[in-house]
Design a protein around this ligand. Structure first.
Ligand code: IMP
Length: 429
């Protein structure tokens, strides 16, 4: 059995899209297991960058199967747009894109609730795609799954049930509930036709594929610090991007994950609100934003930028059982004279080497830094670890020591081929 799980070790945007695209070359199946169209994977295809939000990045390879697991929340309209966009690029998804019948659907009222919630006491800075409210309905047992959406018999009753739960909130925001309902029912007629051919039992499909010795790549969205359980709650997304989420979200047992690869950016970024101990508000932060083109793929928001936080990555290595790390965007740090790495936090005289759960500590802690010399040389033509400038090598070696996991791969540019193995004998798929 050969399966690989690829996930983000920070606050998302580590470059997973490119990494999944890279490993997808060797996979037969690529499976998304959580999140929704809040994710944005920027890929370079035939020299043109474009973003995928729901469909696994593997779709660019014409012979791969791409699955959207039961743990994903699906905005069907947005999915349709993505499929049409791919068609316009001559990439057909017919017969190789499959969606779990148990995935929950995101409906327009989720997006409305998301907007209203953001005006409350705690602003999360969500992507505004209705993701949190859709997962909330799932947990409240009033969600509508893909299979429910397809079945005429129950749909209106389920819709009434879900809407009645939000009546007060939607009415207070001036929403015409009757119109909202009739719009959803009208759109559904077309969307059911679109959706039906893609729907199946993806858990069973994965199991059968594994039995046939097919190679499976599980693709996480967001990052471990945005995880509902292990992240900077409440400034998190509403699903489980961590490795454990792949079991529930793809419908597999833990024995079906052969290996976990953590994608880690050479510095740190975050979009939206929430604690960020190593955030930079100075010229270096701006330099990283410009060099790394750190603007959200989904919302276009400028990403907050800061130094590498080893407390965060060590936490991720542990909660995910990461065996190997893949370092991205080291090339974007070229030209920085002195690089800082956060090794611990300090708050009220106490040093924290493990990621704290307290919102107060997360918000007010100060970083403990060590400093290393930066590098000036271009790394765009490297073929191996040995080709890297000395200071870049030392930086990588220090990061892996602090993170407590080997950095086995390096991505040194946005293109798929700009990725190399830097440890001998590591073969993941
Ligand atoms: P939501 O997922 O839209 O509910 O947003 C919750 C938090 O997760 C916000 O801080 C978002 O900015 C963040 N977030 C959601 N998706 C992504 C992503 O793909 N990359 C980075 N941050 C994300």
């Amino acid at each position: 059995m050969k399966t690989l799980l690829v996930l983000g070790t920070q606050w998302g945007d580590e470059g997973k899209g490119k990494v999944v695209d890279f490993f997808a070359q060797k996979a037969d199946y690529v499976v998304r297991y959580q999140g929704g169209n809040n994710a944005g994977h920027t890929l370079i295809y035939e020299n043109t960058p474009f973003a995928l939000h729901l469909i696994p990045s593997g779709i660019l390879f014409k012979n791969k199967f791409c699955l959207i697991g039961n743990g994903v929340v699906v905005d069907i309209k947005s999915l349709k747009e993505e499929v049409e966009f791919l068609k316009s690029k001559k990439i057909s998804v017919t017969g190789r894109l499959f969606i779990s019948q148990q995935a929950h659907v995101v409906l327009p009222y989720h997006i409305l609730v998301d907007k209203v919630s953001e005006q409350g006491a705690i602003k999360i800075g969500t992507t505004g795609r209705g993701i949190g409210p859709a997962y909330a309905d799932k947990a409240k047992r009033i969600g509508i799954r893909v299979i429910d959406y397809l079945e005429d018999e129950n749909f209106e009753d389920l819709l009434d049930n879900a809407l009645s739960d939000k009546l007060a909130l939607l009415s207070a925001s001036g929403v015409n509930i009757k119109k909202l309902k009739s719009d959803i029912c009208r759109d559904r007629k077309d969307l059911v036709k679109f959706l039906k051919p893609f729907v199946c039992d993806t858990s069973l499909m994965i199991d059968e594929a594994i039995k046939k010795n097919k190679k499976i790549l599980f693709e996480s969205a967001q990052g471990s610090l945005l995880d509902l359980d292990t992240g900077t709650y409440p400034f998190v997304t509403s699903s489980n991007p961590v490795a454990g989420g792949a079991c529930t979200g793809a419908g597999i047992g833990p024995d079906k994950i052969s290996s976990v690869l953590g994608v880690v950016k050479a510095y740190t970024t975050r979009v939206g609100e929430g604690p960020f101990v190593t955030e930079l508000f100075d010229k270096t932060g701006e330099y990283l934003r410009q060099q790394g083109a750190e603007f959200g793929a989904t919302t276009g928001r400028p990403r907050r930028c800061g130094w590498f936080d080893a407390v965060v990555v060590r936490h991720s290595v542990r909660v995910n059982g990461i065996q190997n790390l893949l370092l991205t965007k080291l090339d974007c740090m070229r030209g920085i004279k002195e690089i800082k790495i956060c090794t611990a936090y300090k708050y009220k005289g106490k040093t924290y080497t493990e990621f704290p759960a307290s919102r107060i500590i997360e918000k007010n802690a100060k970083p403990v830094y060590e400093t290393m010399p930066g590098f000036e040389e271009s790394i765009s033509k490297i073929k191996s670890f040995a080709d890297l400038p000395k200071n870049a090598k030392n930086y990588i070696l220090r990061l892996e020591k602090l993170a407590q996991a080997p950095i086995s791969f390096l991505s040194y540019g946005p293109k798929r081929q700009e990725t190399i193995a830097i440890k001998k004998g590591v073969k993941l798929l």
